[in-house]
Design a protein. Structure first.
Length: 292
């Protein structure tokens, strides 16, 4: 599938995420692909860690990597129905731990804080204003649980016509946190079902794709070769990836960790590097207990 130059240049993106080590790289990719993407804003959700942690981590990431001016709004603190669950075994107690057990990235400067408005109203206003300019649909990229997106559709059903959703979610075969469960979907299966059944255009980037996006030693070497290997930006970036590699090896026995979330941004950037198949969404049964 080849994109026209106009399609390449006019992609407006809203990023819904739960930072999370790999989410940081989704933020970087979305924020610095300015020839293809205009990043309208970032919303956070409880998934890898609590929403308070994921919001703080998003602010740390945009401040540390120089993406000043990107608005961050704090989204939902728990799934639609089931009990909350987080993933400290992969991302640490802060959601963005470094090798010393403390948050890897420094605190955001005093000028960085979340938007003090209702999250759903702010996201709706941002997307609808852009859509009403007469451009194409806004690309919503979701890299955590789909709680925010489901609630957005429930509160503003007309938004289905204004956006498409590309989500790092699900699997075709085996899951990662259950026999057939992928963590983002397992965290809020009701939200996933609500989005799939809403009629919005959804592109799912499943584990079968993200498990091919491995951060190998060669990748780390290339990052170190970008500039001064002793610079704070390089050392902290390597530390993020090293922590992620260590926990992924311990928990999932991966030799090299898969960077799941940037894959969803990459699909919006250039669908031609992926193979896509159109499937029919069917009814899904949401079964869970207090632990899952």
């Amino acid at each position: 599938m080849q994109e026209s130059e106009q399609q390449r240049e006019n992609k407006c993106v809203w990023l819904d995420c739960d930072p999370g080590h790999d989410d940081v790289f989704a933020i970087i990719l979305a924020g610095y692909s300015t020839d293809r993407i205009r990043l309208l804003g970032i919303s956070t959700v409880a998934c890898n860690q609590t929403v308070e942690h994921t919001t703080e981590n998003a602010l740390r990431a945009i401040d540390f990597y120089g993406l000043h001016g990107v608005p961050v709004v704090q989204g939902q603190p728990r799934p639609l129905i089931k009990a909350s669950q987080c993933c400290p075994e992969i991302h640490g107690s802060s959601g963005l731990d470094g090798l010393d057990g403390e948050p890897c990235l420094p605190p955001a400067s005093s000028g960085q804080h979340p938007i003090r408005e209702n999250a759903m109203a702010y996201i709706y206003d941002s997307i609808s204003k852009e859509y009403n300019k007469g451009t194409t649909k806004v690309n919503v990229v979701a890299t955590g649980a789909l709680t925010n997106i489901a609630l957005l559709i429930i509160l503003y059903p007309e938004i289905v016509e204004m956006m498409s959703v590309t989500c790092m979610a699900g699997s075709i075969g085996a899951g990662n946190t259950g026999p057939v469960s992928e963590f983002n979907v397992q965290t809020d299966p009701h939200a996933f079902h609500r989005v799939l059944s809403s009629g919005v255009d959804v592109t799912m980037v499943p584990l079968e794709v993200t498990h091919t996006a491995l951060c190998t030693p060669r990748v780390l070497e290339r990052i170190q070769s970008i500039g001064d290997a002793s610079s704070l930006m390089i050392t902290k970036t390597i530390e993020l990836l090293t922590f992620f590699a260590d926990t992924y090896k311990k928990v999932f026995k991966f030799s090299d960790p898969p960077l799941h979330d940037p894959c969803a941004v990459a699909y919006v950037l250039d669908p031609s590097i992926f193979s896509a198949e159109r499937l029919q969404a069917t009814e899904c049964e949401c079964m869970y207990d207090d632990e899952h």
